[in-house]
Design a protein around this ligand. Structure first.
Ligand code: YOG
Length: 138
């Protein structure tokens, strides 16, 4: 049975987030705020359409996409850049390539041991986050 990315998730670990943010060019003052946040994800899926909401007490960010279909992404409230993004499945991993000013940028999501895993990539830095499921029903 393939585990689903869909549901509500809450961050339980966050490794190398500061270096990822530095690679994105985020200021020291914003990084200090961001480092203290417990991020939440709400992932909804309808066929190949995904809505991924990242929420926190400070800012929220939503991205909507169809797998295999390139889209324009504006990282509003994050690093505020315009990207060409493309999400695809690679085995059980949902992988996003974010083409723009920053090289080797993107992310990967997958399920492992009932946890949602996320790797965030930018310019050789990799931030690794793990989320526990907080859905009311599964
Ligand atoms: O997720 O791309 O799930 O979009 C990473 C923040 C902090 C603002 C969050 C607000 C990168 C200040 C999105 C955080 C740091 C720091 C809550 C990661 C940038 C600015 C929104 C992401 C993907 C995959 C879906």
């Amino acid at each position: 049975m393939p585990a689903s990315l869909s549901g509500k998730w809450e961050m339980i670990s966050n490794v190398n987030f500061d270096n990822y943010m530095i690679a994105l060019g985020i200021s020291a003052s914003l990084r200090k705020i961001a480092a203290k946040l417990t991020l939440k994800k709400k992932i909804e899926r309808q066929e190949d359409q995904f809505i991924v909401k990242t929420t926190s007490t400070f800012r929220n960010y939503t991205v909507t996409f169809k797998v295999g279909q390139e889209f324009n992404e504006f990282t509003k409230g994050l690093d505020n850049r315009h990207l060409k993004s493309l999400v695809r499945w690679e085995g059980n991993k949902l992988i996003c390539e974010q083409t723009g000013e920053k090289k080797n940028r993107g992310w990967a999501h997958w399920i492992e041991d009932d946890k949602l895993h996320l790797e965030l990539f930018c310019e050789g830095q990799v931030c690794k986050q793990v989320y526990k499921n907080v859905s009311k029903t599964r």
